[in-house]
Design a protein around this ligand. Structure first.
Ligand code: MN
Length: 186
C-alpha cells in the first residue's frame, strides 16, 4: 500500500505533516511534466530531501550534502519512504520526539520530465522503468536546479543508496557550492 511506511513512522496528532490524499498534481497531461521539490531539513543531521512526483506520491531521497550543480560533485542520495504529494508544500517544524524532528523549508520546486517524453503517461512509464533499472535521467525546471540530472543506484553498498549526478550541460556550474548558494539567496 502506498504511503504505509510514511504513515507508520508518524503520529499525525503531534506533527503537522500532511497525511496525503494520493491525488496527482494535475499538471497538463500533454506537457508531460510532473513536479519536483527539494526541502532543506534541519533534522539531527542537516540534509536535503529530493522528491519526484509519481502516481500521487513523491518518490524521495535524502541527500546529506544536498544537490550539486557541479557535475564533478556526485552526491549520495539515500532513498527513503514515499511521501504524499501534499508534502511538496510542507514547511515548518516537526516537533521534538517525532520522526525527523526539526525544521523543514522548501529549498527548490518546479517540474521535471524525461528527455523525449511527449505526455505525462510517458513520463510516468519512464519513471517506473527507471526505478526498476536503477537509472533515472530527468530534466528539471526549478528556481535553483535546472537541466539534466541523473539518479543512479549503486551496485555496491546498501540497496537504497543512489548517486545524484548533474549532467555537464548549460546549467552546470563548475565549483558551485550549496552553502555559498544558500547564503547568497537567503
Ligand atoms: Mn528529511
Amino acid at each position: 500500500m502506498p504511503l504505509k511506511d510514511y504513515e507508520d513512522k508518524r503520529e499525525f496528532k503531534s506533527t503537522s505533516e500532511p497525511k496525503g490524499s494520493r491525488k496527482d498534481s494535475g499538471l497538463p497531461e500533454k506537457a508531460g511534466k510532473l513536479i519536483f521539490v527539494v526541502q532543506k531539513h534541519h533534522a539531527t543531521r542537516l540534509h536535503y530531501d529530493f522528491r519526484l512526483e509519481l502516481n500521487g506520491v513523491l518518490i524521495s531521497w535524502a541527500v546529506p550534502k544536498g544537490p550539486a550543480l557541479d557535475p564533478a560533485n556526485k552526491r549520495l542520495a539515500v532513498m527513503v519512504e514515499d511521501h504524499p504529494l501534499e508534502y511538496k508544500d510542507f514547511s515548518g517544524t516537526i516537533p521534538k520526539g517525532n520522526y525527523g524532528a526539526g525544521s523543514v523549508e522548501v529549498w527548490d520546486e518546479g517540474t521535471y520530465h524525461f528527455p523525449g517524453a511527449i505526455n505525462r503517461q510517458d513520463t510516468v512509464n519512464m519513471m517506473e522503468d527507471g526505478l526498476k533499472k536503477g537509472h533515472i535521467t530527468v530534466i528539471l525546471k526549478g528556481n535553483r536546479l535546472n537541466g539534466e540530472f541523473a539518479f543512479v543506484r549503486l551496485k555496491k553498498g546498501k540497496i537504497n543508496d543512489w548517486l545524484l549526478i548533474k549532467k555537464n550541460d548549460q546549467s552546470a556550474i563548475s565549483g558551485w557550492d550549496i552553502n555559498e548558494a544558500d547564503m547568497s539567496q537567503a
